[in-house]
Design a protein around this ligand. Structure first.
Ligand SMILES: Cc1cc2nc3c(=O)[nH]c(=O)nc-3n(C[C@H](O)[C@H](O)[C@H](O)COP(=O)(O)OP(=O)(O)OC[C@H]3O[C@@H](n4cnc5c(N)ncnc54)[C@H](O)[C@@H]3O)c2cc1C
Length: 307
């Protein structure tokens, strides 16, 4: 890294950060993208729902993006972690874990979320392989299969209604007393959906393929896949919060249009502001934020030229 003043630093190299880098690169901006390269979707082999990219590994999407960015010499990609950001007179001073400091006029956080799955023995082995969170990403592959749903509380019934679109063969596991209304239990029973409140002992699987949900009382249910309503996601980076960007009760950063936050020049896009944006959604937000930032630069440079 050199010590020149940068136009934009991008924190995070998922689809959000990479697409922002692409559009800012094409807008002749001097950009550094700093990426720890530990995205939450690393657990999955194939991703879906992104036109022209259906069924491709999310790692391959990132590799293609990095390869195409090589054409833009004004964009540098670095593998490192942003540990601290200070604001000084509308500039951002960015410090990395490897001891680098860079200064930038604007900054985009595309740092995503990290998942903290509930402690169910065997869940880690199947999550992203045959048990998922997002039915739009992985529902089609599991259509009409015997599925396990892991959920409880207010999220349970809306989640069941959604997954019911892909399979009617559902068993819901609350892993302890079901915290739902009697009417909700009645509706599950009406649709012949088994509600299991007994604590889970373990998920038995073979090479990521779920086979059985085994209860502590020894009972078991043969299931070939499943969905979990909450992955316990938390922000990957609390730096924007430390700088004063508010967070809502879903643990998402609050922004206005195009990812602009309450701090001038600081943008947040992708899962960090929408929990489960999707690949194309995060890429789209990267595009939008880049267009907004370049438009702001164009207006500022024009005004400076009139002085
Ligand atoms: C199991 C699973 C399966 C999924 N399947 C699909 C699917 O099929 N289709 C679909 O459209 N979506 C899918 N998604 C959702 C999709 O992956 C996300 O919505 C999308 O990747 C969000 O993009 P992002 O750029 O916001 O963040 P991410 O892709 O999470 O990228 C964030 C990047 O920022 C880095 N980072 C974090 N903190 C720092 C820091 N301080 N300094 C530097 N770098 C940092 C991370 O290491 C990471 O590389 C899936 C998600 C999961 C968990």
């Amino acid at each position: 890294m050199d010590n020149d003043l940068l136009d934009v630093v991008i924190a995070g190299g998922g689809p959000g950060g990479l697409n922002a880098a692409l559009v800012l690169g094409r807008s002749l901006k001097k950009v550094i993208l700093i990426d720890e390269a530990k995205p939450r979707n690393d657990v999955t082999l194939k991703s879906h729902g992104f036109l022209t990219r259906d069924g491709i590994s999310p790692t391959v999407i990132r590799e293609i993006a990095r390869e195409q960015l090589k054409a833009y010499k004004n964009v540098t990609i670095i593998k490192d972690v942003i540990d601290d950001v200070e604001r000084n007179n509308d500039l951002f001073i960015i410090k990395t874990r490897n001891g680098q400091t860079v200064i930038s006029k604007k900054i985009i956080f595309a740092t995503g979320m990290k998942d903290h799955l509930p402690v169910i023995p065997g869940l880690q082995s199947v999550y992203g392989k045959t048990v998922f969170h997002c039915p739009y990403c992985d529902g089609w592959e599991r259509k009409n299969e015997p599925l396990a749903l892991f959920s409880n509380g207010a999220a349970l019934l809306p989640f069941v209604k959604l997954i019911f679109n892909w399979s009617k063969d559902l068993v819901v596991f609350t892993n302890g007393p079901a915290l739902i209304e009697e009417e909700e239990k009645r509706q599950l029973a009406h649709h012949q959906i088994n509600l299991i409140e007994a604590p889970i002992s373990e998920l038995q699987s073979n090479n990521g393929n779920l086979e059985k949900v085994i209860l502590q009382n020894g009972e078991f249910f043969n299931r070939t896949g499943g969905f979990i309503s909450s992955t316990g996601e938390r922000q990957s980076s609390m730096i924007p919060a430390r700088l004063g960007v508010p967070i809502n009760d879903k643990n998402e950063y609050i922004t206005s249009e195009h990812g602009q936050t309450n701090l001038k020049g600081l943008f947040i896009i992708g899962d960090a502001k929408n929990t489960f944006t999707s690949l194309i959604g995060a890429a789209s937000q990267g595009y939008e934020a880049a267009v907004k930032i370049n438009g702001d630069f164009a207006a500022e440079n024009w005004e400076d030229g009139l002085k």
